[in-house]
Design a protein around this ligand. Structure first.
Ligand SMILES: Nc1ncnc2c1ncn2[C@@H]1O[C@H](COP(=O)(O)OP(=O)(O)O)[C@@H](O)[C@H]1O
Ligand SMILES: N[C@@H](CC(=O)OP(=O)(O)O)C(=O)O
Length: 452
């Protein structure tokens, strides 16, 4: 059995949905289909999820939301028309929106998540109608019906462990199951969404639950590329990745596959294949626990911005037992997670996501660190990009860091921080955000284009 997830770009309109139907028809093992909400039809278009977030905000503050509602409904109506799904489908969507708008919500976060979840929920119901009408036996199943239980953390739901046993019951399906991505339900029946891009997580959780032979993730590119195609023209396609390479790369900017979707696949050792809905015969990228040794030392280079570094220095710091743990305790007490912690003899830096600390908190945090650590200096550096150079083969290769540093130096790019993972499969460079694109291009040239 295969679990197949289609992203928003694969479901943006009736033409795309017809491609989806043909992909499912082409392989009877494709029994569970996870769908996102309709995405962008063209570069300047809006994703349904973004429109629903806007709609929820307008409804909450009591401003006029009719125009936004009309735009969302028109998107579904267009799909219904293109696929000739008839008035039954129009009425279904109308009913769902009436219920969404007139329900009582205990908080805005609950309301916002209900609105966001409706994007995939409505789409799954339409896809099921379309498949049935096209002669492919299908049924919509909701996360509530399936027992896809999550924590009550709006926008960041985590899977409850019993979910996997509940989902195992879907294994014996005779019909094709159409399942909405991006959200689960709490034990009280509240809809709670995953992080943005989280339909990938739903697909991985279902693949784990039913012990699928393969988790196919259909998107709008032929493969995962060695660098973001928005930065490098026609980058090399990656044929095969390990789970840990994928996790490093997706966490660090390869938005094509959600980093939280790796764990459910690892837990059950499910192979993942990323493929193109618009070119389904292209081989795509396979992601598994292990892979044959690459010719290249580096598998991919990724970048993600919005980081800052908190620099702490104290003379004789290294002799002081517990210095690092006190610094981390201060951060943990404020709920701030630390991404990297490069250290020197008398200094350390805590690299964190900028959005975790608001400006009013910042001064207080720096003062607390200075006070608790009796530090000589504590200051922050903002607007940083983290560049990750990733490859299994790097663990056994000498000179990758030197090559990367030379490539950056040749472009006049200063390195603010540097860190190598303990396993040796990734190197992180922190740079100023303005250098992000140039850095990715320089590293790509060095590791993928230069004659060795
Ligand atoms: N290394 C990469 N390889 C492939 N695509 C990438 C990479 N990094 C970023 N992307 C972007 O990810 C996009 C696909 O992800 P996404 O927009 O979430 O698609 P979907 O609508 O299928 O969920 C691609 O169109 C591409 O612009
Ligand atoms: N629709 C949600 C969830 C998702 O995974 O979407 P996509 O598959 O289009 O990235 C979002 O936009 O975040």
């Amino acid at each position: 059995m295969k679990v197949v997830k289609f992203g928003g770009s694969s479901l943006a309109d009736g033409v795309q949905l017809t491609k989806v139907l043909n992909i499912i028809k082409a392989d009877p093992d494709r029994k569970i289909v996870v769908v996102s909400a309709p995405g962008k039809r063209f570069a300047t278009d809006q994703k349904i999820t973004d429109l629903l977030i806007k709609l929820a905000g307008q409804v909450r503050i009591g401003s006029d939301y009719q125009q936004t509602l009309a735009v969302v409904k028109e998107r579904y109506d267009a799909i219904i028309q293109q696929l000739s799904l008839g008035t039954k489908a129009v009425e279904l969507i109308d009913r769902n929106f009436a219920q969404l708008l007139h329900s009582e919500y205990a908080s805005f976060s609950e309301q916002l998540d209900a609105f966001k979840a409706s994007g995939e929920d409505n789409n799954a119901q339409l896809v099921a109608l379309f498949f049935e009408q096209s002669g492919l036996p299908a049924k919509y199943i909701s996360p509530k019906e399936a027992g896809l239980y999550v924590t009550d953390e709006p926008g960041h739901a985590q899977i409850l462990s019993e979910t996997y046993d509940n989902l195992a019951r879907l294994k014996d399906t005779s019909k094709c199951i159409i399942f909405p991505g991006f959200f689960g339900v709490t034990k009280n029946g509240k809809k709670v969404t995953f992080a943005r891009g989280g339909s990938d997580i739903t697909g991985a959780v279902l693949a784990n639950g039913v012990h699928a032979d393969l988790y196919e993730n259909f998107t709008d590119v032929d493969a995962i590329y060695a660098a973001d195609p928005r930065y490098v023209t026609k980058p090399q396609q990656i044929q095969h990745l390990t789970y840990r390479e994928m996790r490093e790369l997706s966490y660090s900017g390869f938005s094509v596959f959600h980093h939280e979707a790796i764990r459910p696949a690892i837990m059950a050792n499910i192979p993942i294949e990323v493929k193109n809905t618009n070119n389904p015969t292209a081989p795509g990228t396979l992601i598994t626990k292990e892979k044959p040794l690459d010719a290249n030392d580096v598998t991919g280079v990724a970048a993600s911005h919005g980081f800052e570094s908190i620099y702490i220095s104290k003379y004789l710091m290294n002799d002081e037992v517990g210095f690092g743990s006190t610094a981390l305790e201060v951060m943990a007490q404020r709920g701030i997670s630390v991404e990297h912690m490069p250290t020197g003899i008398d200094e350390m830096s805590l690299v964190v996501k900028e959005k975790q600390i608001n400006d009013s908190q910042e001064e207080e945090l720096l003062a607390e660190l200075k006070e608790r650590l009796q530090a000589d200096d504590v200051h922050r550096q903002t607007n940083l990009t983290l560049i990750m150079v990733v490859g299994e083969k790097m663990a056994t290769t000498i000179g990758t860091a030197a090559k990367a540093m030379t490539a950056l130096a040749n472009e006049g790019i200063g390195i603010r921080l540097f860190n190598q993972s303990s396993s040796g499969i990734s190197i992180m460079f922190a740079l100023e955000e303005k250098d992000e694109k140039k850095a990715i291009q320089a590293l790509y040239e060095t590791f993928f284009n230069e004659k060795k």
